[in-house]
Every structure is written in structure tokens, then in C-alpha cells.
Design a protein. Structure first.
Length: 364
């Protein structure tokens, strides 16, 4: 995927890779941000960049020594792949975690508005106190994904919120004159039962309530006596791990997620001395034949994309990491026809529950 900016050619890769050639590592919204900076001859150094999922902006603007907020392990890997590919000294790039306090005031902030508007609020809340009086925050989005809620959230933090004209079906949103706002710790509380409430940071999957697919899987979990080592794959706030521990309190439970905020939420919710937390997008760090049971509500959507390839690769890794006779229990959407793919990997694939939207599989 090639892109030319200021007479230099860039070849930006997606990670994870995809055979779908229609999927690019950037959109017109990214291009619009670069167009704005160039045409207005904006003078800046060390910009703060949010939601640069594949490192497109960070690579092209690397000479400006940007500070990139890293939300996902896959984002961090993608960034490093593209920086190395373009011979960028990694020491010139700063990386910040989403829960870290921003220490340096920023003149310029670039934000690709994420699909999760809770995450957008979380990010404005994080950066707000690190802005100078005349700092400019430039947000970019594709017009088809615009929601009036974007403006409502922005107006909570800034007095001036102005949209650009459309270009290549993208728009920019300029945020100026920050309001006096007291920084909040943005954590949702989700009721699960009379005695249990889950906490999760804004931007973690299913922010307002426990999603119906997860509840269906919980109702049909089959945690047995021999399931001593369990993995909650794509764990979110850790509710599946909690359900497994309710049946097997002494199990060694592992929780893995691509999202830094998800893992941070799990550490609040899972109180077990045998709990291990893994911030990763793959199972590469686990040896073959590791787990007795793997449970998952796997992600099929990445921002506004539906990409089954990533999950199919995870299925292969699940097979590798299961002990002989181990169980893989998961829930997916009906329309994805996951059974066909699971049958290629597992000897037995049983449908144990199904409704109009979701299906629960037990695989051995």
C-alpha cells in the first residue's frame, strides 16, 4: 500500500496482514489530516497522536518526533513494523499508555475518532489538562460514521468545535479553547448479579451492560473437574473468567486481550491469586498443549471493519494451545458460519445453544 507525501513514497503495511486487498492501512480521514498540516503550513513538533491503528500518521510524521497513544498491542506491533520498514529510529518516537498521565504540554493533537465514542471521551479527558491555552486538537473521521454525539462529547471539553468541509468523504473537526473541566476517572459500573458489579474503563467492549452473546455463553459454560488451567481469550472486562472461577475457584486462570484498557479492567474485577493477565493480540507466548479449557467471545469487528481472518488465525492458535482432550467453548454471531471453520480444526464441534442472533459452540 503506497502513499506519497512531500515527495517521499511510503509503503504502509497492515498488521495483522489480510488477504483482502480492499482493506488499507489508512483512510481518507488520515490523508485529510496530512493535507491540512501541509496546506496550512502548520508549525509544530512532537504532536500527540491518537488512534493511529497501523502507524500511518506516525511513520509519515516521524521526523516531528510524535508521541503516540498506544491502546492495543496489535497497534504497537504494526507501528514498529512500519517504522522499521522506513528506517525510522524508534528512539525518536514516544509511546504512551492510555492510562498514563501526559506530562508534556502539547501544541497539536491529532485524533482519528474511534468507533467507540466512550473511548473518544476517555481520550479527551486524558489529554485535556495537557493542552496549552492555544493548543489545537484536530480530529478526523469519515462522514458516513459521523454521529451528533461526537459534537456533544467534544463540546463538554472545548468551547469551539468547528467542522471542515468534506473532502474525499472525510471531514475534520477542530477543537479549540478548552473549557475548565475537572479530570474524571472514567470507569463504567455494570451490574451482573445482586452481589457482583463489574468495573471497566471507557472504551472497553460492551460499556453499558453485559452483552447478550456473553450471557448466552455463560449460561452454557461447561467447566469440569479436570479444567485446572483456563484461558479467557479476548477477555474484555473478565466476566467469562469470573464465571469460570465460580465453577472452579482453584483453577489457574489466564486472561488475554489486545486492549490495554481491557486488561486494566480485568485487574480490577478478577480477585484470584492464580490469575495471570496477558496484554497481547496472539497466543504466541503460550506453549503447545497448555490449557484444559479456553473460553471466548472473540472479536469479529475491528473499528468499522468486519474481518474474520484475525479470528480464524486465533482459532488455529487455540487448537495448538489446547491439551489433548481440551475444550474450546465460544460464542459467535449466527451469520458468520463459524462451524465450517471450526470443523477444519476440531474433531468434535457441537452447537449447545442458539438463538436468533448468536450460537454457542463446544469444540474438542
Amino acid at each position: 500500500m503506497h502513499f506519497k507525501y512531500e515527495e517521499k513514497n511510503y509503503s504502509i503495511e497492515r498488521y495483522p496482514c489480510s488477504d483482502n486487498k480492499s482493506l488499507r492501512a489508512w483512510s481518507a480521514a488520515d490523508e485529510y489530516l496530512l493535507k491540512y498540516l501541509k496546506e496550512n503550513n502548520i508549525s509544530y513538533t512532537k504532536p500527540l497522536i491518537y488512534n493511529d491503528r497501523f502507524g500511518f500518521l506516525s511513520t509519515i510524521l516521524s521526523k516531528k518526533q510524535p508521541n503516540i497513544i498506544i491502546n492495543y498491542k496489535s497497534q504497537e506491533k504494526s507501528l514498529e513494523i512500519n517504522l522499521k520498514k522506513h528506517s525510522v529510529d524508534l528512539n525518536t518516537i514516544s509511546k504512551t499508555k492510555p492510562l498514563d498521565k501526559l506530562k508534556t504540554p502539547f501544541d497539536l493533537v491529532l485524533i482519528k475518532i474511534p468507533k467507540s465514542l466512550d473511548l473518544f471521551r476517555f481520550q479527551l479527558n486524558q489529554l485535556h489538562e495537557s493542552l496549552k491555552k492555544n493548543s489545537v486538537v484536530v480530529c478526523a473521521f469519515m462522514t458516513k460514521y459521523f454521529s451528533p454525539q461526537i459534537l456533544k462529547i467534544a463540546e463538554d471539553y472545548f468551547e469551539q468545535c468547528e467542522q471542515s468541509v468534506a473532502w474525499k468523504k472525510a471531514r475534520l473537526l477542530f477543537l479549540k479553547k478548552k473549557r475548565k473541566v475537572k479530570k474524571k476517572k472514567l470507569i463504567n459500573s455494570i451490574s451482573y448479579s445482586i452481589s457482583k458489579e463489574f468495573k471497566q474503563y471507557y472504551g472497553v467492549f460492551s460499556a453499558k451492560k453485559i452483552d447478550q452473546a456473553t450471557l448466552l455463553l455463560i449460561q452454557h459454560l461447561d467447566v469440569r473437574l479436570g479444567h485446572n488451567k483456563i484461558l479467557d481469550l479476548a477477555c474484555g472486562n473478565g466476566i467469562l473468567a469470573h464465571a469460570a472461577l465460580a465453577n472452579k475457584p482453584n483453577a489457574e486462570i489466564h486472561l488475554l486481550d489486545d486492549s490495554e484498557l481491557a486488561i486494566a479492567s480485568c485487574k480490577i474485577n478478577i480477585d484470584s491469586e492464580k490469575a495471570c493477565f496477558h496484554y497481547n493480540d496472539t497466543l504466541d507466548n503460550f506453549e503447545n498443549n497448555t490449557f484444559d479449557l479456553i473460553i471466548s467471545n472473540p472479536p469479529f469487528h475491528f473499528e468499522h471493519e468486519t474481518n474474520i481472518e484475525v479470528v480464524l488465525n486465533l482459532f488455529k492458535e487455540v487448537k495448538r494451545c489446547l491439551k489433548k482432550g481440551g475444550s474450546f467453548q465460544l460464542v459467535t454471531s449466527n451469520h458468520l458460519n463459524s462451524k465450517t471453520h471450526l470443523h477444519k480444526l476440531f474433531h468434535k464441534v457441537n452447537i449447545v445453544a442458539q438463538n436468533e442472533k448468536f450460537v454457542v459452540y463446544h469444540c474438542v
